[in-house]
Design a protein around this ligand. Structure first.
Ligand SMILES: C[S@@+](CC[C@H](N)C(=O)[O-])C[C@H]1O[C@@H](n2cnc3c(N)ncnc32)[C@H](O)[C@@H]1O
Length: 259
């Protein structure tokens, strides 16, 4: 067994995080550079150090879980969601249940709440936002952002849903109340069910084809009839019919019957 494989086995035993389901070349490159930066020539002694030092462990986890996000990431896709996808769902639903999977620091679920609120009252919007990383979830719950994260947010929306204090913006409490943040590992935990919309963007690219295959099946099962799956802008699904998905628009898939 290679040094790297032994390392990922030890990490799995320690943290429950299965790095064998993440694309190897990419992950190995990132971790080799971190390991070397910390002065270790190989993964064996690096694991011994991580095992004893909470700060090194945290740094390692941060490296694995690439957390970048922003409000309205790839704005043209959010426009399709707002103008085409959600109005169709609105015809069939007086209430909407949304799952933002791998939500990072919260920009994505808050964007979802804002956009859904163009069609549903806040009381009829229920968003579950999950991530594997408890640190980003804690920041997401706070809902405080630097203006950089809001560069794609229209001024009228900023005024309506945020409180500005200097360079920072705080999400309004009423919007926050539509969202429940929870820890969830897409590769290991049970999936919720009966979702009208699942948004999972900019994380599947890190997983192996085999892991993605299982995840797509799980997402398909987690959707209600006519539910919609929204993926990231480099994450089109190959042969979506095998998961009971039909293409609604680029990066949007409908569970079987929706057109
Ligand atoms: C690049 S961010 C994407 C954030 C947001 N979805 C977006 O598109 O802006 C990737 C997120 O995936 C999370 N992640 C990585 N592996 C995961 C797993 N196995 N289960 C759940 N979340 C995971 C990371 O913690 C990170 O917050």
């Amino acid at each position: 067994m290679s040094d790297y494989q032994l390392f990922i086995e030890s990490i799995y035993k320690k943290t429950g995080l299965d790095l064998s389901l993440y694309k190897e070349a990419q992950m190995k490159r990132r971790l080799t550079s971190l390991c070397n930066k910390r002065g270790f020539a190989s993964f064996g002694p690096y694991f011994q150090a991580i095992n004893k030092d909470q700060q090194l462990l945290q740094e390692f986890l941060d490296k694995v879980t690439i957390n970048v996000s922003e409000f309205y990431r790839n704005p043209s896709r959010w426009n399709v969601l707002e103008k085409k996808i959600l109005p169709e769902l609105k015809k069939k639903r007086s209430k909407i249940r949304i799952w933002s999977a791998a939500c990072s620091t919260g920009e994505e679920p808050y964007t979802l709440a804002i956009i859904a609120n163009q069609l549903w009252p806040l009381a009829q919007i229920e968003i579950t936002a999950t991530d594997i990383d408890p640190n980003v979830l804690a920041r997401a719950k706070q809902g405080i952002y630097k203006d950089r994260a809001l560069q794609e947010v229209p001024d009228s929306i900023k005024k309506k849903y945020f409180h500005q204090e200097g360079q920072t913006f705080k999400v309004d409490d009423k919007l926050k109340q539509t969202i429940t943040f929870q820890k969830h590992n897409l590769l290991a935990d049970k999936y919720p069910s009966n979702m009208d919309l699942i948004v999972c963007r900019n994380v599947l690219i890190y997983f192996t084809e085999e892991a993605k295959h299982t995840i797509y099946h799980n997402f398909s099962k987690a959707l209600a009839k006519d539910g919609v799956f929204f993926v990231g802008s480099t994450e089109q699904i190959f042969s979506p019919e095998q998961y009971d998905f039909s293409v609604l628009d680029t990066f949007f898939y409908g569970k079987a019957s929706i057109k």
